[in-house]
Ligand binder design. Structure first.
Ligand SMILES: [Zn+2]
Length: 177
């Protein structure tokens, strides 16, 4: 690692030592290929695209606290779990982590902050993937007013156009039971 990392755009390193970066006040911006993140790309229909990475590493003034924070963004092509049609999912994460060396103890006031324990250099794509996974919705779906399934219901085994008001559909179901 060299000090030219302080402002490194475009070409991101494969592995990082977050605490060293924080000591130096490094700022990493650039893109990582989605295919370097198998746990996320397997949920994507095309498995392609880039993850935008903008991460700052800091040492807090006066205290020996190391921080990593920033923004991550990727646009995933996924299936809507309501209508099963393809949709774009904008996945964003804004991690804010305290970096600790293995064996260090948390001060009381750091209790409610996420902590990343660093005992060896980390894969940047794994770190980014971990943070994006936390932001991934359990069930990706279109916005209700943009989902084609909204105006269709299954009736007598056929899919037909129905009332757009879901309560009207519910009333109808009640009557027939
Ligand atoms: Zn949908």
């Amino acid at each position: 690692m060299s000090s030219s990392w302080k402002e490194l755009h475009g070409q991101l390193p494969e592995s990082i030592d977050p605490i060293q970066l924080a000591e130096r006040g490094a700022h990493l911006t650039g893109t990582l290929p989605l295919r370097s993140m198998p746990r996320i790309s397997q949920g994507s229909l095309d498995g392609s695209g880039d993850v935008l990475v903008d991460l700052s590493f800091e040492r807090s003034v006066g205290e020996k606290i190391f921080l990593m924070h920033g923004d991550l963004h990727v646009r995933l092509r996924v299936s809507c779990q309501r209508c099963l049609e393809a949709m774009d999912l904008n996945l964003e994460a804004s991690p804010w982590l305290i970096l600790m060396k293995a064996g260090e103890r948390l001060a009381a006031h750091e209790d409610d902050t996420d902590v990343l324990v660093v005992d060896k250099p980390l894969s940047l794509s794994t770190l980014v993937e971990d943070e994006l996974l936390l932001a991934l919705p359990m069930v990706p779906m279109h916005e209700p007013n943009r989902c084609p399934a909204r105006s269709y219901v299954v009736r007598d085994g056929h899919i037909g156009q129905e009332e757009k008001n879901p309560f009207a559909v519910l009333r109808k179901m009640k009557k027939t039971r």
